[in-house]
Design a protein around this ligand. Structure first.
Ligand SMILES: Cc1cc2nc3c(=O)[nH]c(=O)nc-3n(C[C@H](O)[C@H](O)[C@H](O)COP(=O)(O)OP(=O)(O)OC[C@H]3O[C@@H](n4cnc5c(N)ncnc54)[C@H](O)[C@@H]3O)c2cc1C
Ligand code: SF4
Length: 456
């Protein structure tokens, strides 16, 4: 089994997975390693991260010196070979024309989805994030708790490779022994931020990132992840041996051809294909989930983007992992006599109160760093995570609507992408962050205290 087209696709599979990003990649990996026959349907094109990743090119050699264009929203070398703020043939509208009330929907259309260029910040949600209403009366409690999900975070961290530290901080869960790789060395800016943070009582710690600071333990991890499954252990051990450690010289957003960071295309899909249990159908846009006479999901109707023709394929189980909003759209499109409002929508709430990942950026200039000597220290930017306690009063100042879509603490980024295997509207909502409203210690470093402080 491997890459297929509408003519060579099998009639029936055990499981059909729509989407190949963090959620689809993880679902396909787990199922294929477990022995299920899986078809992955992906709307974007096939993408080979080893052959197609422009890791070493310089901006000087690129048109417009590599700057962003509508078809390359994050710069000429951005790993996004398909997708962006606008996707040809896939328009969307905004409910409000008012600036500031618009939702700009960023979508990936390529094998591996957004995992090819995400920033690799891989945090866990904490206990408060699952039970915000119980804690302060705002938002909604999830029907599951952190304890329910924690064992899966452990597995994901071991599989994809996450570096970071255990700090014992409130609502920033530690990982069990053997899950984390050591963090990279802090660089001068991070040392300075930590020093200033200490003065303000704000912990500044290495961010958790899905980047290999050293090779994964291919002797121990496969047996922990696939107990009793010798075939899966062998495949994973071989695959882990082929992932190199990071050499801290290139930009992860362009993708990583040495497989040092996590992408579905470098971590989930290769071992899943090696089982012989996974077929991948690229350039195929799922249009609806079909149901049998008993009302059970039975297959998917999809459009072959090369010909525009519609096809159907059936499976015992359908996994929708097409990203938060697109998954909802598919459910709503899946109307039938039994389900006139779309699938899983007896409440009428599908498509309401959803949120995809949001992004924001901030910057600060430090006078101390301006006068510091050039440094060649190795390391990787963004190896910093701040966390404020946040009084109940300050939390209450946020609207409950916002709370429903954000995490209750002040973490710098969203949770571990692999956790998205349980994709759905609540998971997507919890993934979103409100980083735009935050201040960080780096923004407080403007008063200069001399160049040597940062180097200490
Ligand atoms: C620039 C950027 C940086 C980010 N950085 C971080 C970070 O540091 N930490 C973090 O936790 N998160 C980060 N995120 C968010 C993170 O990447 C996403 O939350 C996560 O990858 C979503 O995974 P997914 O599998 O749900 O969706 P996606 O990765 O979007 O995958 C969905 C796939 O489904 C396919 N698809 C969609 N519709 C259909 C259809 N109808 N039929 C067939 N296929 C379909 C798409 O083409 C796509 O490949 C970042 C996102 C961006 C854009
Ligand atoms: S993980 Fe390391 S080697 Fe890979 S792209 Fe990122 S910085 Fe470069």
């Amino acid at each position: 089994m491997a890459f297929v087209n509408p003519a060579s696709v099998a009639d029936r599979y055990d499981v059909l997975v729509v989407g190949s990003g963090a959620a689809g990649g993880h679902a396909a990996y787990t199922l294929a390693m477990g022995g299920a026959k899986v078809l992955m349907i992906e709307a974007g094109r096939n993408y080979d991260p080893v052959a197609e990743t422009p890791m070493f090119q310089t901006n000087a050699a690129a048109p417009l010196r590599g700057s962003a264009t509508p078809d390359k929203p994050f710069g000429f070398y951005d790993a996004t070979v398909g997708g962006g703020w606008e996707v040809p043939g896939e328009p969307y509208t905004n409910a409000s024309a008012e600036e500031g009330r618009q939702f700009r929907w960023w979508r990936s259309r390529m094998l591996g989805g957004r995992t090819n260029h995400w920033s690799r910040h891989a945090l866990r949600n904490g206990p408060y994030d699952f039970k915000p209403r119980s804690r302060d009366g705002l938002g909604f409690d999830w029907p599951i708790s952190y304890e329910d999900v924690a064992p899966y975070y452990d597995k994901v961290e071991m599989l994809i490779g996450v570096c970071g530290t255990n700090e014992g901080l409130e609502n920033t869960p530690d990982s069990p022994k053997g899950c984390l790789l050591p963090p990279p060395k802090a660089r001068i800016g991070e040392l300075l931020a930590r020093q200033r943070g200490r003065m303000l009582g704000i912990p500044v710690i290495p961010i958790r990132r899905a980047v290999l600071t050293r090779p994964l333990d291919h002797r121990a991890i496969p047996a922990r992840l696939h107990p009793g499954n010798a075939g899966a252990q062998r495949i994973l051990a071989e695959d882990m041996r082929n992932r190199a450690a990071c050499f801290w010289a290139t930009r992860c957003e362009r993708g990583c051809s040495i497989r040092a960071n996590y992408q579905s295309t470098t971590v989930h899909i290769p071992p899943a294909l090696a089982t012989g249990n996974l077929d991948i159908l690229a350039n195929a846009m799922a249009r609806e989930v079909t149901v049998d006479s008993a009302g059970r999901a039975a297959g998917v109707g999809y459009i072959d983007k090369a010909t525009g023709l519609e096809h159907r394929v059936s499976a015992r189980v359908i996994v929708l992992a097409a990203s938060a909003c697109e998954t909802v759209r598919l459910l709503l499109n899946s109307k039938s006599a039994l389900f006139p409002n779309g699938l899983a929508n007896s409440s009428g709430l599908v498509g309401k109160c959803i949120m995809d990942t949001v992004g924001a950026s901030w910057g600060a200039r430090s006078r101390s760093l301006r006068t510091s000597p050039p440094t060649t220290r190795t390391g990787r930017g963004a190896c910093m995570c701040t966390r404020r306690g946040g009084s109940t009063r300050s939390r209450r100042r946020r609207s409950s609507a916002l709370r429903a879509a954000t995490t209750s603490n002040s973490r710098a980024e969203g949770p571990c992408p692999g956790a998205a295997w349980a994709s759905g509207t609540t998971q997507a909502a919890a993934r979103a962050t409100a980083s735009g409203s935050r201040r960080t210690p780096a923004a407080t470093t403007a008063p200069s205290s001399g160049s040597r402080e940062g180097a200490r």
